[in-house]
Write a protein of this length. Structure first.
Length: 352
């Protein structure tokens, strides 16, 4: 038991979901008779439930993919995993697959907020004994509980979105995709918004950062009270979730300001997606309040330090708010047209 306890100590020393996931897979891989361990991602695309490997062992090394789930060629429908599908439908804590060619598979879904987006898959060369199952489920329960603690500390209490602290910790890794340690990143396969939004093949795929601000939010609080103001924030957060993919990242920075990290898509699609979100807010009927609008400024994350990138998006946002509100502004367009002067850095913003 000593090696397991040592690995549990290492596992709970992490403050990052991905590294925690890698650590638990490494712990399980060291147990006897284990052939393979993987973290599977469960997601829905156009109403169909899918499974795809997210973290696994390859040539003795743990690998984590950074590809878009909906475009990953390794994805399979959940129906191809009948025991796992029944497990998820029944809200069970584990499932065993029927043995095939001397391989015995155990699935352990990670339940968070009454949903499953991740599942650990453990394959070994002989049937799982009752003792082995107890050990595996014990390690898994520590992992799941710690995942819940991390999730709680990373999120804004009102909206449930990631908080500013989480943005500060993740942004450098997000822009560089360098995860360090035993994890190597696999580049994104392709952009995965609907086909009618896809741009010309020659248009480069990039990462984008957008700063979103609710227009005249102070007037909402002054006129209707903070209770309705909080409801507007919650509803805006819900619209943000429904407007972007699960692999994009959405943060509440505090007050009425949000940040979106849009992954692996083209400039023309970024324009369309951000404007689609803006229009969805404009068309939503907020209880008691009525119509609410948002302004948005965005920039590519490919150039500059994190503090510069966020500062440039802020500049684009302030331009949008000072020139009519309820619009989306791209920083590079504003610089090219002479409406903004390019700055090397923004001294008013500190991330680290």
């Amino acid at each position: 038991m000593k090696p397991i306890l040592q690995n549990l100590v290492e596992m709970t020393g992490h403050r990052d979901h991905l590294r925690l996931e890698v650590s638990v897979l490494s712990t399980l891989q060291k147990l006897s008779s284990i052939i393979e361990v993987r973290a599977l991602e469960l997601f829905t695309d156009e109403g169909v439930a899918y499974v795809r490997p997210r973290t696994w062992v390859e040539d003795g090394q743990l690998v984590s993919t950074d590809s878009e789930a909906a475009a990953d060629p390794r994805r399979e429908t959940l129906d191809q995993y009948p025991a796992l599908r029944v497990c998820v439908e029944d809200h069970s804590d584990s499932a065993l697959a029927s043995p095939r060619k001397g391989r015995y598979v155990l699935w352990l879904p990670v339940w968070m907020h009454d949903k499953v987006s991740t599942c650990l898959e453990i394959t070994q060369s002989r049937p799982f004994s009752a003792h082995k199952l107890d050990v595996l489920k014990g390690v898994f329960q520590v992992y799941q509980n710690y995942q819940s603690l991390l999730d709680y500390s990373e999120r804004d209490a009102l909206t449930g979105l990631f908080n500013r602290k989480t943005f500060d910790e993740q942004f450098s890794r997000y822009t560089m995709t360098g995860l360090g340690g035993r994890v190597s990143a696999v580049n994104a396969v392709t952009e995965s918004y609907s086909n009618d939004e896809c741009a010309a093949p020659s248009e480069p795929v990039q990462q984008w950062l957008a700063v979103v601000d609710i227009d005249h939010f102070k007037q909402v609080n002054d006129r209707f009270g903070h209770l309705y103001g909080d409801e507007v924030l919650i509803l805006i957060a819900n619209i943000l979730r429904s407007s972007f993919r699960s692999h994009d990242r959405i943060f509440r920075f505090g007050g009425e300001e949000f940040v979106v990290l849009l992954r692996s898509t083209t400039l023309s699609t970024a324009h369309k997606v951000f404007n689609r979100f803006r229009q969805a807010v404009q068309e939503y009927n907020f209880p008691q309040v009525g119509q609410v609008t948002v302004s948005l400024g965005f920039v590519s994350t490919t150039r500059g330090a994190p503090v510069e990138i966020l500062g440039q998006a802020d500049q684009a946002l302030y331009y949008a708010k000072e020139h009519g509100r309820n619009q989306v502004c791209f920083y590079d367009d504003l610089v090219a047209s002479g409406h903004l002067a390019a700055k090397v850095a923004n001294d008013d913003v500190e991330l680290f």
